[in-house]
Design a protein around this ligand. Structure first.
Ligand SMILES: O=C(O)CCC(=O)C(=O)O
Length: 312
């Protein structure tokens, strides 16, 4: 195992003084919270936006689950629609009751269409450009903000090995040209999240160095990550986050998600932001400009603008 100390105290100090200036305008972050994220590499903010602001996205996923259920029924993958189950449980009941559980639960199953990875929709665009999220990002990197191309929606089902994510740093999933790009990463649950339904755990202070990642980790062997014997000694912290809250992470903060041992689906998004002038670690996939003081005309104002950047 080779590890590399991140020795950029200058960048650290610059961010701190910038944030001290900007956080005065933020109703949602006090100075202590601003500093805690820089110092610890993570921060739970319990009330980030009114939970109702997540409804449009939840409605889109609810419709997708219904559409997928009907297709799966037509194709014989499921034999009950479970249409009275709520958002929190319907997908789990569909998969569990399938006569071919392995096929239903497969990542490529029609039951998960539109419910995994890079969901691009009006509600997703609205969430990515939510002013409260962008205000938080601005406190750390200033008013030039790129919605980073790496983001995910995750429907983490009960007792589903393939969605248990081992210890890793998000930088381990990016090209290393992004090593010095300060990123503000948000983990956004769409339902109340806790240890039982598989929330995240973090290692405080682990954001100061990068540790090489290896493959085939996690109970299903499907993720890159950091082996246990290479982890720093600090005790992990479990980070339950209520719906309407977020967990902030830096791109070197070591974190994992634990198994969902509840009987509900732990729905979440993970999204990221960085300065548009700095490498994203995903040179081949564009993000979009979510906020810009210097070039407001470059800001994407709709889903169409976002989709256009992908074609450029
Ligand atoms: O949501 C999860 O289960 C894992 C999320 C994660 O590890 C990440 O966002 O990097």
């Amino acid at each position: 195992m080779r590890s590399r100390r991140w020795n950029s105290s200058r960048q650290f100090i610059d961010h701190r003084s910038r944030s001290r200036e900007l956080c005065k305008t933020l109703p949602k972050l006090n100075q202590q919270q601003v500093d805690a994220f820089l110092h610890d590499g993570y921060l739970v903010i319990e009330e980030t936006f009114p939970a109702g602001d997540l409804e449009p996205l939840i409605d889109e996923f609810t419709e997708a689950v219904d559409r997928n259920a009907n297709r799966a029924m037509a194709e014989g993958l499921v034999n009950a629609l479970h249409e009275h189950e709520p958002f929190e449980t319907r997908l789990a009941r569909l998969v569990e009751s399938s006569p071919d559980h392995a096929a239903a639960d497969d990542q490529g199953s029609i039951l998960f269409e539109g419910l995994r990875g890079k969901h691009k929709s009006p509600a997703m665009f609205a969430l990515l450009t939510h002013p409260h999220l962008l205000d938080i990002v601005e406190a750390y990197i200033g008013p030039e903000i790129l919605a980073h191309p790496q983001f995910n929606v995750r429907a983490k089902l009960p007792n589903q090995d393939r969605s248990v994510v081992p210890w890793h740093q998000d930088l381990g999933y990016l090209e290393q040209d992004a090593a010095e790009t300060f990123m503000v990463n948000f983990w956004v649950p769409l339902v109340d999240s806790d240890k039982e339904n598989g929330c995240l755990e973090v290692i405080p202070g682990s954001h100061l160095s990068y540790i090489d990642h290896v493959g085939d980790l996690g109970p299903a062997g499907n993720f890159k990550g950091i082996p246990d014997d290479a982890l720093p000694p600090a005790a992990p912290v479990c980070c339950p986050v209520p719906r309407g809250g977020v967990l902030l992470l830096q791109h070197r903060t070591i974190h994992r998600s634990v198994s969902n041992v509840s009987n509900t689906v732990r729905w979440s998004l993970d999204i990221r932001y960085s300065d548009p002038s700095l490498p994203t670690g995903r040179a081949d996939v564009p993000g979009f400009i979510a906020r810009s003081q210097s070039s407001p005309e470059r800001v994407a104002t709709s889903l169409d603008d976002w989709l256009e950047t992908l074609q450029a």
